[in-house]
Design a protein around this ligand. Structure first.
Ligand SMILES: [Zn+2]
Length: 97
């Protein structure tokens, strides 16, 4: 038995919402991240770091250079690691006492 039917997928979704920041590549986590992503394709942190102070230039097409973004990602990762370290420490202390 053979069939020559083809299945065609039609994607009618007009706006594709991303779940990741296009600048730092971190996942979008909260409402502010998604709102900034719709407007600027960035998370709230990247908006605060790069865009807010350079809004006029941003609208003219300016973007931070890859080195600036790389440094920022390194800082952001170290902050997250420190926060998780404290959280893990607190959890450990609670489980001991
Ligand atoms: Zn970001």
């Amino acid at each position: 038995m053979s069939s020559n039917n083809k299945i065609i997928f039609i994607d009618n979704v007009k706006s594709k919402e991303s779940f990741f920041c296009t600048m730092c590549k971190f996942p979008l986590v909260d409402y502010q991240d998604f709102e900034m992503s719709k407007k600027y394709l960035s998370c709230h942190d990247c908006y605060m770091q790069f865009i807010e102070a350079n809004k006029k230039n941003w609208e003219k097409g300016w973007r931070p250079d890859p080195g600036q973004i790389k440094n920022y990602i390194t800082k952001k990762k170290s902050i997250i690691i420190k926060k998780w370290g404290k959280l893990c420490h607190l959890t450990l202390m609670k489980s001991i006492f």
